[in-house]
Design a protein. Structure first.
Length: 397
């Protein structure tokens, strides 16, 4: 703990020393988007970038998306990306994040810089951040404190009022900083015009899917322990082998941290098409049923009005290790099964939950309060750029 605190302090001093020279740069009318979640802007970022460039062309947009490489050499090269982040942080009036950015938290910024955190996961599901410090799958509290995890946020987005206390715990931030108005991708999920284009795109790549049969989408979450990964692969293979392909198509979309590949089955287990063309959200546009386990795609499926089936073959173990903000067994508007046969039988009989439970879940966790959430964020960013944001969208307990 002493060594981690010392390393964190040394890192903070060195980074702030370098940053002090970057802060000599003049602040621009600039909005920066910074992410280490992927190499390309997320859907939320895409929507916001388009909104600013279309309706607020007076502001310059800078986009920095770079994952931290796994190799030692890659990590050394990432230092160059950190310098680019410093430049953006020093010259921007508003910075938008979609995950933990160490420099955003560690550095001492100019007083007029405003940082918005739009977390990459929709809803509040698995416990994360400061909620799981010193627990399996979480950071150590010593590391979190040494590197000032989730500090310096001015506004934090959530998809519903009931998510606020959970995210406040995960970020260690007061509830009044949160704006529970949803996130931009909710516009995409509920846009029938855009979804129709996605359907065309999916069928152009996988024309075999457009065969009149109903489609099951299986989107399991990532496991990080070898024994859990092996169990998932085994149960996935079992599920694939049990589907009745005379009645259904099956799309298995692996987690982006895993392979990001999709496997599309049409006529039989042998007839598999591979690809990395579409996200799980995209495949939802051509699906009739969503099968998942502990993934926050439940929120996306709810917004798209798709029936959800929870394949929880390792539920007790997974829940004990990770923990959830909501009551996993009772709050989710889904039906549950522990075997492939159970899940497929539930789908076959079209077993679903009551509409009332689905509606309440939407209201609590993915409440789309505006026709265009993206437009509201444009308004917020514009008012922050002008120093006139009045907290009108902030959470009030």
């Amino acid at each position: 703990r002493i060594m981690i605190n010392l390393l964190g302090r040394i890192f903070g001093v060195l980074m702030n020393l370098v940053y002090s020279f970057f802060k000599l740069n003049k602040t621009k009318n600039q909005v920066a988007f910074i992410s280490r979640q992927s190499e390309n802007p997320s859907l939320d970022f895409q929507y916001l970038i388009d909104e600013i460039q279309t309706n607020y062309p007076q502001y310059e947009v800078v986009v920095l998306c770079k994952m931290i490489p796994a190799s030692f050499g890659g990590k050394i090269k990432y230092v160059g990306e950190m310098f680019r982040q410093m430049k953006a942080l020093s010259q921007s009036k508003v910075v938008v994040l979609d995950g933990y950015c160490i420099l955003a938290s560690v550095l001492n910024h100019k007083k007029d810089l405003k940082i918005i955190q739009i977390w990459h996961a929709l809803g509040a599901f698995k416990r994360f951040g400061k909620s799981v410090l010193d627990m399996p799958g979480g950071k150590s509290s010593a590391t979190a404190n040494a590197f000032k995890m989730h500090r310096n946020y001015d506004l934090i987005a959530t998809s519903g009022d009931k998510c606020v206390p959970f995210f406040a715990e995960a970020f260690g931030q007061p509830e009044e900083k949160f704006i529970p108005i949803g996130i931009p991708r909710m516009d995409y999920l509920t846009d029938s015009g855009k979804n129709a284009k996605v359907v065309q795109n999916v069928y152009s790549v996988y024309p075999e899917l457009d065969n009149g049969k109903k489609t099951i989408l299986y989107v399991p979450t990532f496991r990080d322990k070898p024994e859990d990964i092996e169990a998932l692969h085994k149960m996935t293979a079992d599920f694939v082998s049990k589907v009745d392909y005379s009645k259904y198509n099956l799309v298995v979309k692996h987690h982006v941290v895993d392979t990001n590949f999709a496997e599309v089955y049409i006529d039989s287990i042998q007839n598999v098409l591979h690809g990395e063309h579409f996200s799980g959200m995209d495949f939802m546009c051509v699906s009739d049923f969503v099968v998942t386990d502990y993934s926050s795609v439940i929120y996306e499926a709810v917004l798209k009005n798709l029936p959800i089936y929870i394949f929880c073959f390792d539920g007790e173990r997974y829940l004990d290790e990770r923990g959830f903000y909501i009551d996993f067994w009772h709050d989710i508007p889904a039906v549950y099964g522990k075997t492939s046969e159970e899940i497929l039988s539930l789908i076959d009989s079209n077993t679903t939950v009551e509409d009332k439970k689905i509606a309440q879940f939407k209201t609590d966790y993915v409440n789309k309060k505006f026709d265009s959430i993206t437009h509201i964020y444009g308004e917020i960013i514009d008012s922050l750029m002008r120093g006139e944001y009045d907290n009108k969208y902030n959470y009030k307990a």
